[in-house]
Design a protein around this ligand. Structure first.
Ligand code: ADP
Ligand code: MG
Ligand code: MG
Length: 925
């Protein structure tokens, strides 16, 4: 290799004046390293050190734990610079420099990776440090901490030793510490004297030798490289791998290693360590919030060894009122820290989580990163920062995850109560929000209890469609079996109801009406509480906090989203109630109104009976008679819903499901129907049998019904036009969009459109009006319709993608039968995600693209929307925006999420657009 080829840079130096990295270099330097560099560059006090890049981690793990050849030299050089900067020398017996070796991945993985402090201490260097600082206690304390951390992280974990419970070296050493404290009658670690600690170090060393069969390394260089290797290896530790799988962090990213000069918070009472947030991460309130501990080091604050003190007076609460704040203990340092946190927030324009240490009255910054926050806090901060002009509208919209918004839409268990209670069992978080209520084990019991106004939680092995009424009546649902796409999960999500499924730890004895969790037996009527966003189950009653629909922050934030987004958001609603609810959530119309809904559930008996008569009719005359009877119900239903959505379009789908679904199975039900039709029981059974289909979901349904029985379509559209005309007369602004389902060819539509036209004219002339404004369009849910969309658009004035069926037909997966194989497909990564939840962009998405392009090639102004479940799923909403959809439509509870996702789609698309180069003007220099 030629000598002049520039050596690859693996080490980036940072010190009090200037860093080689910046905050933008997270991929290479990891989050911690990049932010340390940034803090240096904006002039904050950061102890000098250097970052070894993530590329070394990848190399190390791919080359049998070997380093690139150049690394050693680069590390030595950076170490020299650090020594010069700090005026001390690593391993020197008179003036030793100590360092920390810290992990730092691109994405923060809290608690998953390792850090070793006080590297470089041994029996020789400690004497030098004692002389230099005149503080023997602190030096011994640091050394015993080093032995504790190093033996655990480097000698045990990184060596692949998996000790039995309670046999790990760290716990064994901690036990020695406890023994020592006990024998002296001490309450806290800080009471240990220099002498105690010195003795403890000897005890520790012996223990390390007996537990691990190796002496603790005294050579500082060996310590340093041991720690570096251990951090790189911790990337492939069990915990880290599991965490990455859970969070979707790629294995290839690797971690960086930061080697940084130690500063000491354990040098006495003028020293301290702490963690803080630039705003309160639980509420979003704009005040500096944090905790600190005097005379402590590293993780003491979070480790719970001592109760940390509040950082300032405003942050005090009933539990911490008696503790001293940093603000009063060290006012000068606090002032400096407060100024720094303001600067940092101004610089990053976000809420930050910071770590600091005070050494003998001097403040040092050790870490900063964008702070984690819950949903309500995220909304409040985004809004406040926008109002403070710290960020733009567009940035504010990106600050809230759609899943965080979800947290605000449901009542929740009081977090304060939850934080002091242990869950008795866990399951899958299938329906968000919280619930507290009495246990019932059957659908009937749930309905009964609800009638009495009781709040009950329906507990079942698993649910099926027969439980629907009980599921409606219950405030929450808990099942022992089933996954995230089980019946209970799907239904609950659609309703925005709290639900936990697959809680394997609970045993239901339905016959005895009891529920066993571990040793606890709960009876019908006992209280339980659920956190459906986390999947936690608690025994007993718990206080609740109301949903935030009325929360002014929530409303204001949604307004921001509306100002940014361009795509409309509608709802799928089948009743005036649902329509009103969705409107309150900001829906701008209905994208799917299913007429058949009136035949299920509440008040459905009469219309259902007439519908059944219609279905069992043999002649057109019989059928027309039944349809006439049905007409007023259909009209009233449509009118009520259009009224609730007044001023907005309502897409009404003509009858879709296969008719035999409505035939009663019971003998008594059949007898009653036969009587009302004036036919014999055998004749009725013959007719019912004739309706049977092998594969009804692909059988006689949707537009096919309207073709064989035109009078059904006629009755429905007559109801639509008359309802509209009546509303118009009342001075309302209804706007119906008639939608034909399951279309596969243009001819089907032509046939239906002729009927609709005929009825339109009929109604207009009868009511003596010129026209009733409306649109006629189709659902696109069959692949053939996508491929022939240019023809279909000659007739259809709008398309609405029914992505549930389109997914089903494209994959050839029956939606009702995927339970048998989909979990394996996801587990084995055959499919990246459930295509019934997120649009399969590659396949189904391609069909959608073709349909949009072909449809608009025929009809430029073709209105395009989506009414499948996907219409409320953020990634799918973004896809719809990219394809130029006019609207998405989803269940009422998902409307705010779709509004946010639609706004984010706009901002993300803008960010991706290449910046146009400005041409220099001619004639001017
Ligand atoms: P994590 O990523 O788990 O937060 P860190 O690398 O931040 O791990 O280390 C944990 C803690 O150790 C820090 O919060 C800090 O208190 C302490 N620490 C790390 N490096 C130093 C250092 N150079 N000087 C003093 N304390 C340090
Ligand atoms: Mg940290
Ligand atoms: Mg369909």
């Amino acid at each position: 290799m030629a000598k002049d080829v520039k050596e690859k840079k693996f080490v980036y130096f940072f010190c009090g004046k200037k860093a080689e990295g910046t905050a933008k270099m997270k991929n290479l330097l990891g989050g911690k390293g990049a932010n340390l560099a940034e803090m240096v560059n904006i002039g904050l006090p950061v102890p000098a050190g250097f970052t070894i890049t993530t590329e070394v981690c990848t190399y190390f793990n791919e080359h049998g734990k070997k380093y690139p050849q150049e690394l050693k030299r680069q590390v030595n050089e950076a170490l020299k610079r650090t020594e010069t900067e700090m005026g001390a020398k690593f391993g020197d017996k008179h003036n030793p420099l100590l360092v920390s070796v810290r992990s730092g991945a691109r994405a923060s993985m809290p608690g998953m990776m390792e850090t070793v402090l006080n590297v470089g201490l041994n029996d020789t260097t400690r004497e030098g440090l004692i002389k230099k600082t005149g503080n023997a206690r602190f030096v011994y304390d640091s050394q015993r901490r080093l032995i504790q951390m190093y033996s655990d992280v480097v000698m045990e974990k990184a060596a692949g030793i998996e000790p039995a419970e309670g046999k790990g070296v760290r716990v064994q050493l901690e036990r020695e510490l406890h023994k020592m404290k006990e024998s002296k009658g001490y309450m806290v670690d800080t009471e240990l004297t220099a002498d105690d600690l010195k003795k403890l170090i000897e005890i520790y060393k012996k223990k390390v030798q007996t537990v691990l069969g190796k002496p603790f390394p005294e050579d500082p260089m060996e310590q340093l490289w041991g720690a570096i290797g251990a951090v790189f290896q911790s990337w492939n530790g069990k915990r880290a791998i599991a965490y990455r799988r859970f969070e979707g962090i790629p294995n290839e990213w690797g971690t960086a290693v930061n080697v940084q000069s130690m500063v000491f918070g354990n040098m006495g009472d003028s020293s301290a360590t702490g963690v803080a947030f630039t705003r309160n991460p639980a509420t979003g309130e704009n005040y500096f919030y944090g905790e600190w501990l005097p005379n402590a080091q590293g993780e003491d604050v979070v480790a719970g060894i001592r109760t940390p003190n509040p950082i300032n007076e405003v942050g005090k609460n009933e539990h911490t009122i008696h503790l001293q704040s940093l603000e009063t203990a060290m006012p000068k340092v606090y002032k400096a820290l407060n100024k720094i946190q303001h600067n940092l927030e101004d610089h990053y324009k976000n809420m930050l989580d910071i770590e600091f240490t005070i050494q003998d009255g001097n403040l040092y910054m050790l870490q900063c990163r964008v702070g984690k926050r819950n949903g309500p806090a995220a909304v409040k901060m985004a809004l406040d920062m926008y109002r403070e002009k710290l960020i733009t509208k567009e940035e504010a919209v990106l600050r809230v995850e759609p899943s965080q918004l979800d947290e605000l839409l449901h009542p929740i268990l009081d977090p304060a109560a939850e934080s002091t209670t242990k869950p008795v069992a866990k399951g899958l978080p299938a329906g968000p929000g919280g619930a507290t209520g009495k246990i019932v084990f059957t659908s009937e019991a749930a309905v009964e209890a609800a009638k009495k106004g009781l709040q009950v939680i329906l507990v079942r092995e698993e649910t099926n469609p027969e439980d629907i009424e009980g599921m409606r009546a219950a405030i929450a649902i808990l099942t022992a079996r089933g996954g995230m796409t089980s019946h209970a999960a799907l239904v609950a999500r659609g309703w925005g109801k709290c639900c936990i499924v697959g809680a394997g730890g609970i045993k239901i004895q339905a016959d005895k009406r009891t529920l066993t969790i571990g040793d606890t037996v709960l009876k019908e009527g006992d209280f339980i509480s659920l956190n459906g966003s986390k999947g936690y189950i608690y025994s007993g009653e718990m206080p609740m906090i109301k949903a935030a629909e009325e929360n002014p922050d929530f409303q204001a934030f949604m307004k921001l989203c509306d100002a940014v987004r361009t795509m409309k958001v509608r709802t799928n609603a089948d009743t005036p109630d649902d329509a009103a609810k969705a409107r309150a959530f900001g829906a701008e119309g209905i994208g799917l109104f299913r007429t058949e809904h009136m035949f299920y559930g509440k008040n459905a008996e009469e219309p259902l009976f007439i519908l059944r008569k219609m279905i069992a009719s043999k002649t057109e005359a019989e059928r027309r008679k039944a349809l006439d009877e049905l007409f007023p119900y259909v009209k009233a239903d449509i009118k009520g819903t259009m009224d609730a959505m007044d001023g907005y379009p309502v897409t009404i789908r003509t009858l879709d499901p296969p008719l035999h679904e409505f035939i009663p199975h019971s003998a008594s039900g059949r007898k009653l129907l036969a009587e009302s039709l004036g036919i014999s029981g055998t004749e009725f059974d013959r007719r019912a049998e004739a309706l049977d289909e092998t594969n009804p979901m692909m059988g006689h349904r949707g537009v096919r019904l309207g073709i064989t029985y035109p009078e059904i379509t006629e009755m429905q559209v007559r109801a639509i036009f008359e309802a509209t005309a009546e509303l118009l007369k009342e001075g309302k602004k209804p706007f119906p969009e008639i939608m034909i389902p399951v279309t596969s060819s243009e001819n089907e539509l032509k046939h239906q459109f002729a009927l609709i036209d005929k009825v339109h004219q009929e109604v207009c002339s009868r009511l003596k009006i010129k026209e009733i404004k409306h649109l006629v369009g189709t659902m696109i849910e069959i692949p053939r319709a996508c491929l022939t969309a240019d023809q279909i658009a000659r007739t259809a004035q709008f398309f609405s993608f029914g992505t549930n069926d389109l997914t089903q037909m494209s994959f050839g997966f029956s939606r009702d039968d995927i339970g048998g194989f989909l979990p394996d497909y996801l587990e084995k990564k055959i499919l990246p995600v459930d295509p019934f939840q997120v649009i399969d962009f590659e396949g189904v998405g391609e069909l959608i693209k073709i349909a949009v392009q072909k449809g608009r090639s025929t009809r430029k102004e073709l209105k395009i929307g989506i009414c499948g479940e996907h219409g409320g799923e953020p990634a799918s909403v973004e896809f719809c925006y990219q394809q130029g959809f006019n609207y998405v439509s989803c269940s009422p509870f998902r409307v705010p999420i779709a509004r946010l996702a639609a706004a984010q789609a706009v901002v993300k698309a803008k960010a991706l657009k290449p910046v146009k180069k400005v041409k220099p003007k001619k004639g001017k220099k």
